[in-house]
Design a protein around this ligand. Structure first.
Ligand code: CTP
Ligand code: CA
Length: 235
């Protein structure tokens, strides 16, 4: 038997996590990307594995050095690849966490050869919309393509703006995405509803809202997984 103090509460739970940023190719050497460090997704993978989960981490580009121990890692570049790898594993997962920073758009075409600067100056980059992976996973669950009890978690980094605060944007996004839990991080200056000790909120589909105090990504991961563990049906 294990000591009570060790939370081994995710033993046997299959957890699929996306982390990092996607890279949308322009040509063989260039891409459109973002500043995601991957740290929160990697921390979730590490802590979930420590709590006994069988973890698969689908990782885009990260600045996080090193893979967490005892975690299966799959590397991807683009949002389309990430979508494919997540969708392929979704039916074999009990928990799916979309911590990746997915590019909303990608260039319409990828040039076969390196784009030259030429004499006529820059050409505009035409973009098209990437699949919404999180919304697609929720739809797949609704269509019985993945288990009805699969727990689906999304992330949102919000600044708040003239129309609404961070929390309002988070609530609207939770409704739009239809996931079970949305981790809302308050970023930047527009922290209209934020209090000094809140780094964000955990918003549940049932309307429950928990403040997330400032803390390390590891501590955040533990708090998020506490709520996730409570949503996983008894095994
Ligand atoms: N996400 C996704 N697929 C996308 C875009 C986002 O799965 N194409 C996921 C992210 O991994 C995250 C959640 O959706 O878990 C919210 O991402 P966010 O960019 O905040 O949401 P969007 O719907 O793209 O809204 P916004 O206009 O605020 O960017
Ligand atoms: Ca987005």
């Amino acid at each position: 038997t294990r000591p009570e103090a060790l939370p081994y509460d995710l033993a046997g739970v299959r957890v699929l996590i996306s982390a990092g940023g996607t890279r949308e190719a322009l040509d063989p050497v260039r891409y459109l990307g973002n500043h995601s460090s991957g740290k929160q997704g990697y921390a979730l993978a590490r802590v979930a594995a420590q709590r006994g989960a069988a973890v698969t981490l689908v990782s885009g580009a990260v600045s996080e050095p090193g893979a967490p121990a005892a975690v299966d890692i799959v590397h991807v570049d683009s949002a389309v690849e990430l979508s494919r790898e997540m969708t392929a594993r979704a039916a074999d997962s009990d928990v799916i966490i979309m911590a990746a920073a997915v590019a909303d758009f990608r260039p319409v075409g990828v040039a076969d050869a390196k784009i030259k600067k030429g004499a006529e100056g820059p050409a505009p980059i035409e973009l098209t919309t990437n699949p919404d992976i999180l919304a697609g996973l929720v739809r797949a669950r609704g269509a019985d393509e993945i288990g009805a009890s699969t727990v689906i978690v999304g992330f949102a980094a919000e600044t708040g703006d003239a129309d609404a605060g961070v929390l309002d944007h988070g609530r609207a996004k939770l409704r739009r995405k239809g996931c079970d839990l949305l981790v809302v991080n308050a970023v930047g200056e527009g922290r209209a509803f934020g209090t000094a000790d809140n780094a964000g909120w955990l918003l549940h589909a049932d309307g429950t809202e928990t403040g997330l105090p400032y803390g390390s990504k590891t501590l955040m991961a533990s708090r998020i997984l506490d709520e996730v563990a409570a949503l996983v049906p008894d095994r």
